[in-house]
Design a protein around this ligand. Structure first.
Ligand SMILES: [Zn+2]
Length: 498
């Protein structure tokens, strides 16, 4: 219910040149929850509109821009936003929800400050220190959310839970002129932060700067240099630009690599690309086309990496791709399968288990970095003929902690350190070639397997070379399993018809 005093205040503010929304936001304290705000406003609005019509028709037909919000909470501005061609950009995004924010000119802060001083003076019993008006941007959101939702055919969502943001920037032609008052009010010993926005006589006013000056100026000083209550503006705010931004989405999966001449990411040295393509590029080429996203908006991460000449087999290596500012965010099961099929045509790699994951889920890859284990198969070449005795030495060795000094081949990009790593199991078997044996090895993540085999000039100890007492090198290496249970495996039986 609106009290007699509230009616009097609204009526007074309308007389001064406030818009109806501003008049009403002065009735309430800002403690109200956002969800309660809607009800509060609509209730007050209905009551007041009816009553005000009865009381004084003339007040309702005023056409000036509001003396506090400069038109932000008036139909005029709302229509301008709804008619802005930039609003079409929102239709490129498939998210059915939207959140909205507004960038306001700093002179509104000045006007709000002025109005606050005035209402406290005029209605001291009502405007006590604990009763502050509802912030303008909250009322603005309530004011625009339904008309915007209808125009966009999307559902409004509060920004703290939303992913898709529409930011509206406003312009106010008299902004700089009105902010001149601040120049005089600025305390001598006070340096305004001069980072961005609002150039005035070489001085830059940020919103923060304006608020700082206002909080440091006495009421007397303010009233000397600024109108109180604020005067009726000559111009309305205008809608300068509408920008859209979507939070990143994350697509995860596993990849296998069948080539021994393929790096994981583009291999560039001194600006020269050394290989035609890479695991990452094969995926990005497909995804950027199928998602209509520039390649620059894609970021690749994986659970470790293999060398160019190492294949990655089995179920493959977990990876995820961050898509920045995505337009497409809704995927069906079949769409993911289509992306997989297209990537898999390359024959160099194969991807599987492609799916959307939450940002928080991508931590699994980092957490698994140390704890996960990996299975390898290495084809080892020996100087002498392989004997059963050599193989027995390996097979009987069991679990062992090795000390690995940073390998010579990676010293140029990794710091020199000695890292302990676990070899969890080993199994050596004969091959048809009497100078070769196959070594299956299960290691802690981060173990350099090639160095464990040949010893890296004694930088990795113990190593296979010293275990069997014979010079040994590695001819080929395959990762056959990365034991990280992420992302979830896809049930491909669901898509036999594809
Ligand atoms: Zn207003």
């Amino acid at each position: 219910m609106t009290t007699a005093e509230e009616k009097q205040i609204v009526s007074y503010l309308l007389d001064l040149g406030c818009c109806l929304n501003c008049s009403i936001r002065y009735l309430c304290d800002k403690q109200l929850e956002f969800s309660e705000l809607d009800d509060f406003l609509s209730q007050k609005l209905i009551i007041n509109e009816v009553e005000i019509k009865e009381e004084d028709q003339i007040k309702r037909v005023k056409n000036n821009a509001c003396i506090v919000c400069l038109g932000l909470l008036q139909d005029h501005m709302l229509q301008e936003i709804l008619n802005c061609p930039d609003l079409q950009k929102t239709q490129n995004y498939d998210n059915p929800m939207f959140s909205v924010s507004i960038s306001m000119p700093a002179s509104i802060l000045l006007r709000e400050h002025s109005m606050r001083l005035h209402v406290v003076e005029k209605f001291p019993a009502f405007f006590t220190d604990d009763k502050l008006e509802i912030p303008i941007n909250r009322v603005w959101k309530m004011f625009v959310k339904n008309p915007l939702a209808k125009t966009l055919n999307k559902t409004f969502q509060s920004s703290d839970i939303g992913d898709f943001f529409i930011n509206i920037t406003t312009d106010y032609i008299d902004d700089i002129e009105e902010l001149k008052a601040l120049q005089v009010m600025q305390p001598k010993d006070f340096q305004i932060r001069t980072t961005q926005h609002r150039k005035y006589h070489g001085e830059l006013f940020t919103r923060k700067g304006v608020l700082q000056i206002l909080s440091k100026s006495s009421e007397k000083l303010f009233r000397m240099h600024s109108a109180c209550p604020p005067t009726i503006p000559n111009n309305f705010l205008t809608c300068k630009a509408i920008e859209c931004k979507h939070n990143s989405i994350f697509i995860a999966g596993r990849y296998c690599k069948y080539s021994r001449e393929l790096s994981q990411s583009p291999w560039v040295v001194d600006g020269v690309k050394l290989m035609d393509t890479s695991v990452q590029e094969i995926m990005f080429d497909v995804i950027s086309i199928m998602l209509s996203t520039p390649v620059d908006n894609l970021k690749f991460s994986s659970s470790g990496r293999e060398d160019c000449d190492v294949r990655c087999l089995g179920k493959g290596r977990p990876f995820y791709i961050e898509i920045l500012d995505p337009k497409k965010t809704q995927f069906s099961f079949e769409e993911f399968r289509r992306i997989e099929n297209k990537v898999n045509k390359s024959e160099l790699i194969k991807i599987r288990d492609l799916q959307m994951v939450a940002r928080s889920d991508t931590n699994y890859i980092k957490q698994g970095e140390e704890s996960k284990t990996k299975n390898y198969v290495a084809l080892c070449v020996t100087k002498q003929k392989v004997t059963q005795e050599m193989l027995d030495k390996i097979n009987d060795y069991g679990e062992v902690e090795i000390q690995q000094k940073t390998p010579i081949r990676v010293l140029h990009r990794r710091p020199l350190a000695v890292r302990p790593r676990m070899i969890l199991s080993m199994k050596a078997t004969l091959t048809e070639n009497e100078h070769c044996f196959e070594l299956e090895v299960v290691t802690q993540a981060g173990t350099y397997v090639k160095e464990f085999v040949h010893g890296d000039f004694g930088r990795t100890r113990p190593n296979i070379n010293e275990i069997i007492g014979c010079d040994v090198d590695i001819a080929a290496l395959d990762v056959i399993s990365i034991n990280l249970d992420w992302p979830a495996e896809i049930d491909y039986n669901r898509c036999i018809q594809l």
